[in-house]
Design a protein around this ligand. Structure first.
Ligand SMILES: NC(=O)c1ccc[n+]([C@@H]2O[C@H](COP(=O)([O-])OP(=O)(O)OC[C@H]3O[C@@H](n4cnc5c(N)ncnc54)[C@H](OP(=O)(O)O)[C@@H]3O)[C@@H](O)[C@H]2O)c1
Length: 244
């Protein structure tokens, strides 16, 4: 009997926070996972050392001009991936009026432009297989709003629009495109939110708690499964009922 080759999943920002939880979850589910970020963290290195199905690849989404070459090298090395998880993102906290233009450009450059370009190049390879799953990590802030995060919100709302239209382009070749919109999770990105604010978020959530990174990762894993084959063009909210 031929042993089936593992399906490859590329997870951007896979070295910490939600991305690392997604890498763990997909590796446990039997995927070969490529965790891409600017650097390899100790926790990712430990996982790579323990699990031969997880590898690290250096990727800087701010180096836009290198994304085409990076994607070509990726496909040469790993083949066309089954799944692309666009998870990497940055957030600069601050009101729009005083935010430096370079910070606005950086957020849109990494969260939107680079994500679109990487998806363009990686999805091309998926086309040949007529098979694939793309998951874009959005945020509830794309639709709820949060003081001091207007640029970040714009970048996440872009993910929702991108998801819907791209699902129409790629549906004919059997590639699904969905977004997952997490509520607040405790990662380095949300470290600026103080305990009182976090308590308020918990109190206002239907389940009286936050969603964890592993719960959001499980939703990504579900969207990659056969059970989710008919789901495309959706934004799935995972926020413990914060926006209910
Ligand atoms: N935390 C929350 O409450 C929350 C809520 C809703 C949605 N989200 C979304 O969840 C996703 C993961 O966020 P997180 O909370 O896990 O944040 P995080 O801990 O700050 O992780 C961000 C990830 O993005 C990567 N990244 C940043 N800039 C990059 C660049 N130029 N090139 C390549 N990778 C880059 C980081 O790796 P390096 O910096 O090492 O390269 C890191 O792996 C993001 O899309 C975020 O918008 C988070």
């Amino acid at each position: 009997m031929e042993i089936p080759k593992k399906r490859v999943a590329l997870v951007t920002g896979g070295n910490r926070g939600l991305g690392f939880a997604i890498v763990q979850s997909l590796a446990e589910a039997g995927y070969a996972v490529v965790a891409a970020a600017r650097s390899c963290t100790p926790q990712l290195k430990e996982l790579v050392d323990q699990n031969e199905s997880v590898v690290f690849e250096a990727l800087d989404l701010a180096a836009r001009r290198e994304l085409h070459e990076w994607s070509k090298r990726f496909v040469e090395k790993y083949g066309a991936p089954y799944a692309l998880i666009n998870n990497a993102a940055i957030a600069h906290d601050g009101v729009l009026g005083t935010m430096h233009e370079s910070q606005i450009e950086e957020v849109i450059g990494v969260n939107v432009t680079a994500t679109l370009l990487l998806t363009k190049y990686i999805s091309r390879s998926m086309l040949r297989n007529r098979l694939g799953r793309i998951v874009n990590i959005s945020s509830i802030i794309a639709s709820t709003g949060f003081n001091g995060l207007s640029v970040y919100a714009a970048s996440k709302a872009a993910m929702n629009g991108f998801t819907k239209s791209l699902s129409r382009e790629l549906g004919k070749v059997n590639i699904t495109v969905n977004a997952v919109a997490p509520g607040y999770m405790e990662t380095s990105m949300s470290a600026g939110i103080n305990d009182a604010q976090l308590d308020q978020i918990r109190r206002r959530s239907a389940l009286k708690r936050l969603a964890s990174t592993s719960e959001v990762a499980s939703t990504v894993k579900y969207l990659l499964s056969e059970d989710a084959a008919a789901i495309t063009g959706t934004v799935l909210t995972v926020d413990a009922g914060n926006t209910a």
